[in-house]
Design a protein around this ligand. Structure first.
Ligand code: SF4
Ligand code: FES
Length: 261
């Protein structure tokens, strides 16, 4: 009878490899972070931090290092850390970006890296803003499918590939607010719906299965609606999902003029 040999491997000597073991060099990067604690500060203040990083690190890794190793009171939002949840939009060197998608190697580290909260929304603490005005505009455009008919029992609502293509770009929105908070009109007029709300209205206005496009167009044909857009393209440049935000706004404007999609 054949015998079974079980080979035991001694793993007690295994040690975790650090980037130094693989020859990857670390370097010191200075971060200048705009801090604000409403319980202590009258005004925001800039604070310097020197952080040891690797070129494969992201700005989010630097923020974690500062929070976990230097000052636990540093406050910022993040969840997925992979560009999906949209919670860590911030201004990095004056541009709206997701901290989890901004690689250190893509920044000029010979200068301090400036990090601050996105603009145009009430500052709560450090890099955290009150997102409620942003989500209030989002809710107002009714960002969900409204249909007057029911699909056939047990069947999906059929849509052609061509019809699906029409609004494909705007389905990619992760509601990070990078677009809305980079818009000069939104900075000066907090009542403006803002690009993100219009993008999410576009997603349903141009969906052939939806029957409430007219309602949304009516909502956006307002003095605080699409006509406030000055086509500065800041929103398109800021979008971490590569959505053609300005184009979507222009398509909604045209639909308002046509009286339908
Ligand atoms: S359109 Fe782009 S920038 Fe604007 S909220 Fe959506 S994902 Fe963020
Ligand atoms: S942490 Fe989720 S998008 Fe950056």
């Amino acid at each position: 009878m054949a015998s079974t040999v079980i080979e035991q491997v001694d793993t007690s000597e295994e040690v975790e490899q650090t980037p130094e073991d693989t020859g990857i060099q670390s370097f010191l990067v200075t971060f200048n972070i705009r801090r604000f604690d409403p319980e202590v500060d009258d005004e925001p203040r800039w604070v310097d931090y020197d952080v040891e990083l690797y070129s494969t690190d992201r700005v989010l890794d630097a923020l974690h290092k500062i929070k976990w190793e230097v000052d636990g009171s540093l406050s910022f939002r993040r969840s997925c850390a992979h560009g999906i949840c949209g919670s860590d939009a911030m201004r990095i060197n004056g541009r709206n970006r997701l901290a989890c998608k901004t690689l250190i190697k893509d920044l000029d580290i010979s200068q301090p890296i400036y990090v601050e909260a996105i603009k145009g929304l009430p500052l709560e603490k450090d890099l955290i803003v009150d997102m409620e005005p942003f989500f209030a505009s989002y809710r107002e455009v009714q960002p969900f499918l409204i249909s007057n008919s029911k699909p056939e029992a047990g069947k999906e609502r059929v849509q052609s590939i061509v019809d699906r293509e029409v609004f494909d770009d705007t389905t990619k929105c992760i509601l990070c607010a990078a677009c809305t908070s980079s818009c000069p009109v939104f900075w000066t007029d907090g009542q403006y719906f803002g690009p993100a709300a219009i993008v999410n209205a576009h997603r349903f206005i141009f969906d052939s299965r939806d029957d409430a496009g007219d309602v949304r167009l009516d909502i956006l044909n307002d003095k605080e609606g699409v006509w406030r857009c000055r086509t500065t393209f800041n929103c398109t440049e800021a979008c971490p999902r590569g959505i053609e935000v300005t184009k979507a706004i222009a398509e909604v404007k045209q639909a308002v003029l046509r009286g339908g999609r």
